[in-house]
Design a protein around this ligand. Structure first.
Ligand code: GLC
Length: 453
């Protein structure tokens, strides 16, 4: 393991207090009144799982604003329960594909208040709402917010468990790589190669105006992202029609783990609020999630993997999402031990774990988005899960590495897991939120010569 730095002149923030003030500034700067944008230059709208995680940052200094971050997301909820991955509260020409490409504005008539994308995102809202409620200083405000949110979140989970799991066996599918939140992961390469790209209209990406192309998805991936959208749009986003038509139908291990955790947390919300009549249905979802997780375990590799519902096999990648079942909870101790062995191996090959892809695989790319770089949000979820199953040492190591990367480089979208160099967009909201909510507690103090990791 290459040891990576103690606070010094080359650090962007040698004083952790300055880092905290700057993180708060980033959240305020990216606040558009009730919701934040991930970073103004690349992502000028509200993103679903970003907002849920960003609420954990807001709550450290403005509890009311934290609740707004989640509630504003549900302004974009579709009448069928789906919560889109982007809510276009206000138009902005700086992003492709914008609301005109998605074409959802007229889909639901006046039943949808704002234009949105037509696909979803990993469902974190129940988990974050429960966490905020448990820690709330203002219990009255928290209870009122959860009362409003609960039926909306339950409808979203029901949508996942029906529209995306027609076989009713827990193998909940994503139909677009963006639904995993890990856009260009090696997990999706084989399935994406099935997506046709003939007859695409000409289009212009906006991300490459702002970020070095070496750190972003390639052109051929963007073409396939667009092709899928146009297929879904052509079918009016009707759930059954798009499930059947999509050449990309994947069981993302990250989504399954996050949904399982969220179902468990939704159950706690239902019980506490007195919605006992919902428990039977939620228990069924939890049982299905557990059985799907079992099917996604690869005994030979000693990790969980994503699964291709069309080809009928595991993906050939081990990614950071393979560790998200720690967050989902309930992983058998012997499996946890096997997974930690894989983490150990990855830790000898990267100073800032957890890389988003196996650093020992020749397809590893330390710069390119979800094909190698380390992401604070995923690290946070993995670390929280590791703590829950008795691997506090590894949890602290991941948190310490994330804190070091932030203090050395700033609030970047993602980081090179070998050097800690910041990559992608700067002043990134969820990275700032992860500093406030978590990483700062594992950061070395200003004058320390010891590494917290
Ligand atoms: C990228 C990321 C996704 C995130 C979005 C906004 O698409 O892959 O996970 O939600 O940017 O930050």
């Amino acid at each position: 393991m290459v040891e990576a730095g103690t606070p010094g002149a080359s650090w962007r923030f040698s004083d952790p207090e300055d880092c905290t003030k700057e993180a708060q500034r980033v959240l305020r700067q990216n606040d558009r009144g009730g919701y934040t944008v991930p970073t103004p230059n690349i992502y000028p709208f509200q993103w679903n799982w970003d907002s849920c995680l960003v609420a954990l940052g807001w709550v450290t200094f403005d509890e009311t604003r934290a609740w707004q971050e989640i509630e504003s997301l549900f302004i974009g909820q579709w009448p069928d329960g789906m919560v889109p991955h982007i809510v276009f509260h206000r138009d902005d020409p700086g992003y492709f594909p914008g609301p005109d490409i998605w074409g959802t504005a007229s889909l639901w008539g006046d039943r949808l208040a704002v234009p949105t994308s037509g696909i979803s995102d990993p469902p974190l809202a129940a988990t974050i709402a429960l966490k905020l409620w448990r820690g709330a200083r203002d219990q009255q405000q928290a209870k009122a917010a959860v009362e409003r949110l609960y039926p909306k979140i339950a409808a979203w989970h029901r949508w996942f468990h029906t529209a995306r799991d027609p076989a009713q066996d827990g193998m909940v599918a994503i139909l677009h790589p963006w639904e995993s939140g890990r856009d260009n992961s090696q997990d999706w390469d084989a399935a994406l190669s099935r997506v046709p790209t003939d007859d695409l209209p000409p289009f212009q990406r906006r991300d490459l105006d702002r970020v070095d192309a070496a750190q972003r998805p390639r052109k051929e991936q963007y073409e396939r992202y667009l092709s899928l959208i146009l297929t879904f749009r052509g079918k009016g986003y009707e759930p059954k029609a798009i499930y059947e038509a999509s050449p990309f139908r994947m069981v993302d291990i990250g989504t399954v783990a996050i949904l399982l955790r969220a179902d468990r947390d939704l159950r706690v919300l239902a019980e506490t609020l007195g919605y006992r009549e919902d428990l039977v249905e939620i228990d069924r979802w939890i049982a299905r999630g557990e059985s799907a997780l079992d099917r996604l375990w690869d005994e030979t590799a000693g990790v969980f993997r994503s699964y291709d519902l069309i080809s009928g096999g595991f993906t050939d990648a081990i990614t950071s999402a393979s560790f998200l079942p720690f967050y989902g909870g309930g992983v058998k101790p012997e499996r946890c031990t096997r997974m930690v062995e894989v983490l150990e191996r990855w830790g000898t090959q990267s100073s800032y774990p957890v890389p988003s892809f196996d650093p020992g695989d020749q397809r590893f790319d330390s710069l390119r988005y979800w094909r190698g770089p380390t992401w604070a949000i995923v690290n946070h979820m993995i670390a929280e899960g590791l703590t829950g199953c008795g691997h506090e040492g590894w949890a602290a190591r991941i948190a310490g590495a994330t804190a070091r990367a932030i203090r050395q480089s700033g609030f970047w979208e993602y980081f090179d897991p070998i050097t800690g160099r910041g990559l992608g967009g700067d002043d990134f909201t969820w990275t700032a939120a992860m500093w406030l909510a978590w990483a700062r507690d594992f950061s070395p103090p200003n004058d320390s010569s010891e590494d917290a990791a």
